[in-house]
Design a protein around this ligand. Structure first.
Ligand SMILES: *Cc1c(COP(=O)(O)O)cnc(C)c1O
Length: 427
C-alpha cells in the first residue's frame, strides 16, 4: 500500500494521545493536577534544564511534565491537534482569545515600534491597541480593507517609523461586515520593511473563519490567532484562545505565557478536545445552513444588502481574495434591514429559535445588533466608514434544520412594519 496521510478530521479523536499511559482509557482523562511527580532528583533537574533553556534538547528527548503552568497533558494533546489544521510547528492555548492576542502583542512589540493593523478589529483588540499599546509608546497605523499596496507602503513611509515596523496585525474576514484582506499582499509589504536581523511579522486573527477553510500561515503569515471560544469550542460553554506558528516564534510565545500564567485550565482543554472531534461536521453544516439563509435574505423585500462571502460578485477584488485564500464562505451572515434601529430591534425581539446574544461559531444560531452591542465602543465616524449602521444585523448560523431557521427569520421579518415609502424605493 502507498503511504497515506490522514486528514485532520480523522485524527481529531486519537492524535497525540497514548491510551497505555492512562490505564487503556479510550478517551484522554482530565489531568486535573497542579504538579507532577519526578522519578528521581536527576530527572527533575534534567526537566528544568530544558524548560528554562539551560541546555539544548538531545535529538529524541521530550520535555517532561513539571507543573501545570508550564505543561499538562490535556494542553499538549490539544495543541498537537490544533497544529494539524493550520500545518503549524507548534501551538499555545490560552485562557481566552484576548489573552492569546495580548500575549502576542506584548511579546513582539517594544516601545518605539510601529504596528500596522487592519480595520475593523475585534473591539477588545482595538481597545488593547489604543488604551494599552499607545500608553507604552507603540506607534500604530490603521488601514482599511480596500487600501492598495502603494497606499499602505506610503502610510508606513510617511510615519517616519518604517525602520521600526515590528508587526502587521490583520483580522480577516472582519467582524461584523465580512470584509476580507489579502494576507499574501501584507506579507509582501512586511517583507519589504524587513532586514536580515529584524523581521516585520504578520499576525492574523482567524477567528471569524475558523481553522478549517483559511490557513494564514500558508499565505505567508507568521502567526495565526484564535478566540477558541468561537468555532473551536463551538458549544458556547467555554472561553479560550490559541496561537500557532513556527517553533522559534512559539518558544517566545510559550515562554511569556509561562510567566504571565495565562494558560488554559486542564478542564477547559479537555472540553476542547471533545469539541475538536466534531469541528469539521459542525462547520460543514453551519456553512451549508448559512448559504441557504444568505440566499433567502438576499431575496427578501425588507432587506437591502446581505454581507456573506458566498454572495460576493465575481470579478470584484473581494471575490478574488476570497477564492485565493478561503475554501468555504463560513457561517457568519450580516444584513441591512430596511429602516433603522427600530426595525432591527423588532426583528431581533421577535426571533423564537435564534437567540439574541453576542459571540459566534456555536452550534446554536445567534443574532445581534453590532452598532449598539459588539461595536458600541467604536468611534462613530469609523463605524460609518465600516458600514456598521443602525440597519445592520449580524447572524451566526448554527447546526439547526435550515427550514426551521428560515421559518424563524420569516416570522420575525413579518413583524417588521416598513414605512411604505421605503419598501417602494427598494422595489
Ligand atoms: C471573540 C473574539 C475575540 C476575543 O476572544 P475571547 O475568547 O472572547 O477573549 C478576538 N477576536 C475575534 C475576531 C473574536 O470574535
Amino acid at each position: 500500500m502507498k503511504k497515506h496521510d490522514f486528514n485532520p478530521e480523522s485524527l481529531m479523536m486519537t492524535h497525540g494521545y497514548k491510551p497505555e499511559l492512562s490505564e487503556g482509557a479510550i478517551k484522554c482523562p482530565i489531568f486535573q493536577t497542579s504538579t507532577f511527580v519526578f522519578k528521581t532528583a536527576e530527572e527533575g533537574k534534567a526537566f528544568f534544564e530544558l524548560a528554562y533553556g539551560l541546555r539544548e534538547k538531545s535529538p529524541k528527548e521530550e520535555l517532561g511534565l513539571i507543573y501545570s503552568r508550564i505543561n499538562n497533558p490535556n494542553l499538549e494533546i490539544l495543541e498537537n491537534r490544533l497544529c494539524l489544521w493550520d500545518k503549524a510547528d507548534d501551538c499555545a492555548v490560552f485562557e481566552s482569545g484576548m489573552s492569546a492576542i495580548s500575549t502576542v502583542l506584548l511579546e513582539f512589540l517594544n516601545p518605539g515600534d510601529l504596528l500596522v493593523y487592519s480595520n475593523p478589529l475585534y473591539g477588545g483588540t482595538d481597545h488593547f491597541i489604543h488604551h494599552f499599546l499607545d500608553k507604552i509608546g507603540v506607534h500604530t497605523i490603521g488601514v482599511m480593507p480596500n487600501q492598495s499596496t502603494d497606499e499602505v507602503i506610503k502610510m508606513i513611509e510617511d510615519s517616519g517609523k518604517s525602520d521600526r515596523l515590528a508587526m502587521i496585525y490583520l483580522e480577516t474576514p472582519a467582524n461584523p461586515t465580512n470584509d476580507i484582506v489579502d494576507i499574501e499582499k501584507y506579507s509582501q509589504i512586511a517583507k519589504k520593511f524587513s532586514t536580515n536581523d529584524r523581521k516585520a511579522l504578520v499576525a492574523v486573527d482567524n477567528t471569524y473563519m475558523g481553522p478549517l477553510w483559511q490557513h494564514p500561515l500558508q499565505c505567508g503569515a507568521d502567526l495565526v490567532l484564535y478566540s477558541a471560544t468561537k468555532y473551536i469550542g463551538g458549544h458556547s460553554d467555554l472561553i479560550a484562545g490559541a496561537v500557532l506558528g513556527n517553533a522559534e516564534l512559539m518558544l517566545r510565545v510559550k515562554t511569556l505565557r509561562t510567566f504571565l500564567g495565562n494558560m488554559v485550565s486542564p478542564h477547559t482543554a479537555w472540553l476542547m478536545l471533545r469539541s475538536l472531534e466534531t469541528l469539521k461536521v459542525r462547520m460543514d453544516q453551519q456553512t451549508k445552513n448559512a448559504q441557504i439563509i444568505a440566499d433567502y435574505l438576499n431575496n427578501h423585500p425588507k432587506i437591502e444588502n446581505v454581507y456573506y462571502l458566498g454572495l460576493l460578485e465575481e470579478e470584484t477584488e473581494g471575490y478574488k481574495t476570497f477564492r485565493k485564500q478561503c475554501s468555504a464562505p463560513g457561517a457568519m451572515v450580516s444584513f441591512d434591514i430596511i429602516g433603522g434601529e427600530e426595525e432591527a430591534f423588532i426583528f431581533l425581539n421577535n426571533l423564537k429559535l435564534m437567540k439574541l446574544a453576542v459571540s459566534l461559531g456555536g452550534t446554536e444560531s445567534l443574532a445581534e445588533h453590532p452598532k449598539t452591542m459588539t461595536h458600541a465602543g467604536v468611534d462613530e465616524e469609523q463605524r460609518q466608514q465600516m458600514n456598521i449602521t443602525d440597519q445592520l444585523v449580524r447572524l451566526s448560523i448554527g447546526v439547526e434544520h435550515s427550514g426551521d431557521l428560515i421559518w424563524d427569520l420569516e416570522q420575525a421579518l413579518e413583524k417588521v412594519k416598513l414605512n411604505p415609502k421605503l419598501e417602494l424605493e427598494k422595489l
